[in-house]
Design a protein around this ligand. Structure first.
Ligand SMILES: [Fe+2]
Length: 196
């Protein structure tokens, strides 16, 4: 019995030290980022530019129906079925109908500002350094801010878990699978159709 109690106390003590080490490492990193880059988001953006963006073209370019480029994506980790990290460069808005995702996701805003609209039309701003966790079913769409009529690009680090479900669009009269909403082969967006 005493062995178990002392074992648990030892384990809790080790966890406490681990937490202190991690906190110390984070504090050092934050000081370094503050001195050399201004903040952690800018530091992460600086090194991702240096190690990823400056070295290769995007791994995926996503365009809208009108052919305009919308999102540039780099795979920060080799792409796999369990956990991915993407660097996203938004140069256009999401299609303005709320969509959900096939996986949960965590995003960290590195540069620029975006507006995130929810299915009910409510919205909030996403700024440099903001974190957003989204469940797979969370419905939203993103829009960039404009300056003198020109869309201002934004950058995020985007992490996703395993594929859990079919994703789709939240049309006024119900949910529509993305494959019915658009034709990826031809680039044609059918839209909500009878669910409008
Ligand atoms: Fe999304």
């Amino acid at each position: 019995m005493f062995d178990l109690i002392f074992g648990l106390i030892g384990f809790a003590w080790s966890l406490l030290w681990l937490a202190l080490y991690l906190l110390g490492a984070y504090a050092l990193l934050a000081v370094y980022a503050k001195i050399f880059h201004g903040n952690i988001a800018r530091m992460v953006f600086h090194y991702l530019n240096k190690w990823v963006v400056d070295r290769r073209d995007p791994d995926l370019n996503i365009s809208h129906i009108n052919g305009g480029l919308y999102l540039r994506r780099w795979y920060v980790l080799p792409r796999n079925g369990f956990f991915n990290i993407y660097l996203h460069n938004f140069v256009g808005d999401d299609h303005p109908v709320a969509h959900d995702h096939p996986w949960w996701s965590l995003s960290y805003a590195l540069k620029g500002e975006m507006i995130e609209y929810q299915a009910d039309g409510d919205f909030n701003f996403i700024k440099e350094g903001d974190w957003r966790f989204r469940s797979a079913t969370y419905a939203h769409y993103l829009a960039l801010l404009s300056e003198d009529g020109v869309k201002q690009p934004a950058w995020t680090l985007f992490m996703t878990g395993p594929r859990l479900r079919r994703w789709g669009f939240h049309c006024p009269k119900g949910w529509m699978w993305w494959g019915d909403y658009m034709d990826v082969e031809t680039g044609v967006i059918h839209g909500c159709g009878e669910l409008s």
